[in-house]
Design a binder for this molecule. Structure first.
Ligand code: ADP
Length: 481
């Protein structure tokens, strides 16, 4: 089976969040199940510079205002089709905006171009290649499915995966003329969205099946509170809506071999984590003592509930816990965290920035990881936490609800608990969960068994990849029938 995956990010080449991890890891996991994936990605500078041997497989004299080429290459075991369109993608800054974080004004053109090319590939422009399924990730790839629907690849089955419904790709109606779609597409059941054009909405409407990254989030987004304007459409499409939890790359995230750690370890040598804890204390300028360190590895945004953490930070520090926080994002939240670090020298360490290596060290040495998200489609950091014996303390929402078993009395005595859950968006409940963690931490035998139980959880891609493969097969069979 041949799958064309269309994605705006792919690990290890370009990453701003969990989507990149998924797009990078799923092809590898699917390969073991007889599913071959080619990934179409934009030719950002970081992607172009990673290409060694490559060959042009299709040329565009004009694509959204400039020349473009489609280039085939293999990088890091990934079979890539790269859209080399310098006028759209060769620029400094991030994949969606400049260095200050402001969105590129022409994002609609950039990701309409990606979609157009995805649909062209589905229709067979790359000679010798015809995907059986097209799988689009998030709004940046969603127009692929709209171009397919109104073009030559209307009968190729497709999957639209929503990694985060908060990002929708909404634009003014005036861009419609620049999309090159037939006029009939500007309709309620097409690309039209609240009077403008909605890229994700268009993909959700056109896809044969919709997936999101956890069963709980798949239910939540059908409600007005989580649906972000799309709950009506998602309810209409409920029979085609599936929740499949993400896995993680268990080779990259392996405490037994992780080169970012000061000391590697396994479930039977958890004492080695002390060396990593010491390295964290040094790196984040924290006092040395026997109490717990809880880490945060996160985008610093409203979604992630970082303001809820800052609201209880003083009493958490007073309870004896230390905090090691790595993240970047909203200036206000960054400032609040830096102020907290200044207020609690030696008790709160804050690193503002993106640091893959430090994120591994934190998982490998901190005692717990705090994830107070208001909503969380799947979440990856709690899965890394499970694998590293860094006990997740999470809001009970989305994928966090689906992947962590709360250490209540029954779960602890049955030996199945893997972390702590609390009611989302509730500072008191969050504080209480941290106090519960402190109490369990004080009993080394209980804490170690909680860590070991988490490390036993299957967080690999195996199960999830089987679910995607099964979905692909169902869609192909339906189309053939
Ligand atoms: P989201 O995709 O919403 O940001 P996820 O939990 O799904 O949240 O994925 C976040 C990914 O980004 C994880 O791999 C996490 O380790 C990583 N990450 C987030 N912030 C940082 C940071 N400041 N430095 C290093 N890695 C980070």
């Amino acid at each position: 089976m041949q799958v064309l995956s269309v994605t705006p990010e792919i690990f290890p080449l370009i990453k701003t969040g969990g989507l990149a991890d998924v797009a990078g890891a799923l092809p590898v996991a699917l390969a073991g199940l007889g599913v071959a994936t080619r990934s179409l990605v934009p030719g950002y500078p970081a992607v172009m510079s990673a290409l060694k041997k490559n060959r042009a497989v299709h040329q565009y004299a004009s694509l959204q205002g400039g020349k473009a080429a489609l280039v085939a290459a293999e990088v890091a075991g990934l079979d890539l089709l790269v859209l080399d369109a310098p006028h759209l993608f060769d620029r400094p800054g991030g994949p969606y905006g400049d260095a200050t974080g402001a969105d590129w004004q022409d994002n609609w053109k950039r990701f309409a171009a990606l979609g157009r090319v995805g649909a062209d590939i589905a229709a067979g422009v790359v000679s010798g290649y015809k995907p059986d399924i097209v799988h689009a990730h998030d709004w940046q790839s969603a127009m692929t499915l709209a171009y397919m629907r109104y073009g030559e690849a209307a009968n190729v089955p497709s999957v639209m995966t929503v990694h985060n419904l908060a990002f929708q790709g909404q634009f003014a109606a005036s861009i419609f003329a620049g999309l090159g779609l037939p006029q009939q597409a500007m309709a309620l059941d097409g690309v039209e969205y609240y009077g403008g054009v909605g890229f994700l909405k268009a993909g959700l409407q056109a896809a044969s099946a919709i997936t999101t990254v956890s069963p709980t989030y798949a239910q939540e987004i059908r409600t007005p509170a989580f649906g972000m304007g799309l709950d009506g459409l998602l309810n209409l499409r409920a029979p085609e809506l599936h929740g499949i939890v993400n896995g993680i790359d268990v080779d990259i995230w392996n405490p037994e071999t992780d080169r970012h750690l000061a000391a590697t370890y396994s479930a039977s040598s958890l004492k080695e984590r002390k060396t990593n804890k010491g390295a964290i204390e040094e790196r984040m300028v924290l006092d040395r003592d026997e109490g717990p360190i809880y880490c945060v590895v996160s985008r610093l945004t409203w979604q992630k509930g970082i303001d809820i953490l800052t609201s209880i930070l003083d009493p958490v520090v007073a309870s004896g816990a230390r905090l090691a926080i790595l993240g970047s994002g909203d200036a206000g939240l960054e400032g609040a965290l830096l102020a907290a670090a200044a207020r609690h020298r030696g008790r709160v360490g804050v690193v503002i920035g993106y640091d893959e290596g430090l994120s591994h060290l934190l998982q490998g040495g901190a005692d717990g990881i705090l994830i107070p998200s208001r909503f969380e489609p799947c979440g990856l950091t709690q899965l890394y936490g499970l694998r590293y014996g860094c006990v997740p303390i999470v809001a009970r929402t989305g994928g966090l609800a689906d992947t962590i078993i709360d250490a209540n009395e029954a779960a602890v005595s049955a030996g199945v608990a893997t972390g702590f859950q609390f009611a989302p968006e509730n500072a008191g409940a969050f504080h209480h969960a941290i106090l519960r963690a402190n109490a369990l931490y004080a009993d080394p035998a209980d804490w170690t068994s909680l860590q070991r139980q988490g490390m036993k959880a299957d967080v690999s891609w195996d199960r999830s990849a089987r679910k995607y493969a099964a979905l692909y097969r169902t869609l192909i069979a339906k189309r053939a029938a």
